[in-house]
Ligand binder design. Structure first.
Ligand code: SAH
Length: 221
């Protein structure tokens, strides 16, 4: 109990820091306030779980910095019931944040060891995420269309399969959005592509970040 209160205090501190850094969407801030990030990091880093920093999760991969998670999630503008595809499950933290927003979450991870470990963790914590081990740059056509696709590794370009799997706008739904960091190994600019018609997309570019490389078709390696 005591420990819980300590983590909750630290988490509130992290959320305040994210707000100071310019994250304005209350729903995103509340979602991050609800996820026990200390459960998603290795034991050796538990004391740093509520610092605004990326941390190693093994296999040369990282749990993204909370600011990055907040920035990408805010761009996705998730509504309850939205179908969201994540490429790069990693620790599962981003997937948990999407669940807290009421999304139906699908997530693909290429590293089998991470896939297995994270699938079990999400289940233990009660987060319902449809997970799969494979190359996420191909998307997940059998569950498309998606209201949002979020890529949490750095791409050299937009993998061509992904925009096709976004929801087309109609009378009841707006078009889906793809949030993806695009650049080279040194850094990537955040891009948001929103589907505006059967074959048209509006593209916006934001500030730069530094992700681990996206591997596979349309990836960096
Ligand atoms: N969203 C994660 C971030 C993990 S880092 C989190 O919240 O912790 C990015 C992850 O993308 C790594 O685990 C890496 O193995 C994975 N990845 C890289 N290329 C991929 C691909 N083509 N398909 C699926 N996962 C990929």
């Amino acid at each position: 109990m005591k420990e819980n209160a300590r983590y909750q205090r630290r988490r509130a501190g992290l959320v305040a820091e994210l707000q100071q850094k310019g994250i304005t969407d209350e729903r995103v801030l509340n979602a991050i306030a609800a996820v026990p990030r200390h459960r998603f990091v290795e034991d050796a880093f538990v004391n740093r779980a509520y610092n605004d920093e990326a941390l190693p999760i093994g296999l040369n991969q990282t749990i993204s910095q909370p600011y990055t998670v907040a920035f990408q999630t805010q761009l996705l503008d998730v509504q309850p019931g939205d179908r969201i595809l994540e490429i790069g499950t990693g620790s599962g933290f981003q997937a948990a944040v999407l669940c807290e927003l009421g999304a139906r979450v699908f997530s693909i991870e290429r590293h089998r060891a991470l896939y297995t470990r994270t699938k079990a963790l999400l289940h233990t914590l009660g987060y319902r995420v449809q997970t799969r081990c494979g190359d996420g740059t191909l998307g997940w056509p059998s569950y498309a269309p998606f209201d949002g696709i979020i890529v949490t590794a750095g791409a050299a370009d937009v993998p061509p399969a992904l925009p096709d799997q976004l929801r087309r706008p109609d009378d009841n739904h707006r078009g889906g959005s793809l949030v993806i960091p695009v650049g080279n190994k040194k850094g990537q600019y955040m891009n948001c592509l929103t589907c505006t018609g059967p074959d048209t997309f509006a593209r916006e570019t934001f500030q730069s970040f530094r992700f681990v490389p996206l591997v596979g078709e349309g990836g960096m390696e």
